[in-house]
Design a protein around this ligand. Structure first.
Ligand code: ADP
Ligand code: F6P
Length: 325
């Protein structure tokens, strides 16, 4: 039976993403506007277990919508993956009068939320991660800002690669998913896009293409590599030795997770955070807020985590066909 909550806890967990602050603000202000109490839980499940919990007012989230990172901080918490940790987390919630929790994070964090729901605490997840790999949603908070940050950095590297007539290998985030690499590859007009889902590790084919492009008079050669493929620095050495084209590797790294969120991330985060608070107010639990087919919707967490998502073959092929000059 639906059980309406009175006090909502909110935490951010896993890798941070631009827009997490806007989502926290959405949760806090929507809940308060409906007469609920809100408590901020610091440092994800680590802070929950350590009882790092504080009251939040509407003013606690003033001047944060434009800020990257997360005011509640985030962490990874191996202890919460154990039955004892999960029971302790639920007990801490009860001790602090928290009967519903909004978890802003990625799929690992939602597995934690699922466990908290199993232990009697209503939970709602909000998708906050720079990787576009959460199956149930067409859009996770943070992706838009992250790809724009990476795209702008790659534009700058491309200027330098052109000036020096070099090959540039640029590694972007995405340990298991190539979405950031694919989007940057298309947006930056890369000659190669190497992603874990599609790359066949045939370096000779790339070497031949670099040599052919040099013969055609190309002044630069841009290769975008997803973190999941990796080895950019050694790849640069091998390509330079095999082609004679000076090759440099740049790993963009965690700069992609920071920065002021774009308008899209701020608006989607606000909507998703508010909707999470609304779902808790309606007595819902074990649900994930997502954006699907043009609408904000919610899914059962178990069903959402079982969904599959694949890189579009067509999008990848178009990305490759754009580099025929
Ligand atoms: P993300 O949420 O960005 O995918 P992680 O996969 O690192 O990040 O997960 C964040 C945290 O969520 C973990 O450190 C852990 O505390 C919790 N978590 C992950 N998987 C589980 C699980 N199977 N059961 C309970 N908690 C989990
Ligand atoms: O936030 C997602 C992500 O950037 C992945 O693409 C990457 O594999 C991971 O986080 C790295 O996280 P960390 O460096 O915090 O362990």
């Amino acid at each position: 039976m639906a059980r309406e909550v009175e006090t909502i806890g909110v935490l951010t967990s896993g890798g941070d993403a631009p827009g997490m602050n806007a989502a926290i603000r959405g949760v806090v202000r929507e809940a308060i506007s409906k007469g609920k109490k809100v408590k901020g839980i610091r440092r994800g499940y680590v802070g929950l277990l350590a009882e790092e919990i504080e009251d939040m007012e509407a003013s606690s989230v003033s001047n944060i919508i434009e800020r990257g990172g997360t005011i509640l901080e985030t962490a990874r918490c191996p202890e919460f993956e154990t039955e004892e940790g999960q029971q302790k987390g639920a007990d801490v919630c009860k001790k602090h009068g928290i009967d519903g929790v909004v978890v802003i994070g990625g799929d690992g964090s939602f597995r934690g939320a699922q466990k908290l729901a199993d232990h009697g605490i209503n939970t709602i997840g909000v998708t906050g991660t720079i990787d576009l790999d959460i199956s149930c949603t067409d859009y996770p908070i943070g992706f838009h800002t992250a790809v724009n940050t990476a795209m702008q950095a790659i534009d700058k590297i491309r200027d330098s690669a052109s000036a020096h007539e070099r090959c540039s290998i640029i590694e972007v985030m995405g340990r298991e998913a190539g979405y950031i690499a694919l989007w940057c590859g298309i947006a930056n007009g890369a000659e190669q896009i190497l992603i874990p889902e599609k790359y066949d590790y045939d370096e000779q084919e790339i070497v031949d293409d670099i040599i052919a492009s040099l013969k055609r008079g190309k002044k630069h050669y841009i290769i975008i590599v997803a973190e999941g493929v990796g080895h950019s620095t050694s790849m640069a050495r091998r390509f330079e030795a095999a082609t004679g084209m000076v090759t440099r590797a740049t790993i963009l790294g965690h700069m992609q997770r920071g920065g002021s969120p774009t308008c899209k991330d701020r608006v989607y985060a606000t909507m998703m955070g508010a909707m999470a608070a609304d779902l808790l107010c309606e007595g819902k639990s074990n649900r994930l807020v997502a954006y699907k087919d043009g609408a904000f919707v919610d899914f059962d967490i178990d069903e959402a985590l079982a969904m599959e998502k694949n890189i579009s073959d067509y999008q990848f092929m178009v990305g490759q066909r754009m580099s025929i000059v």
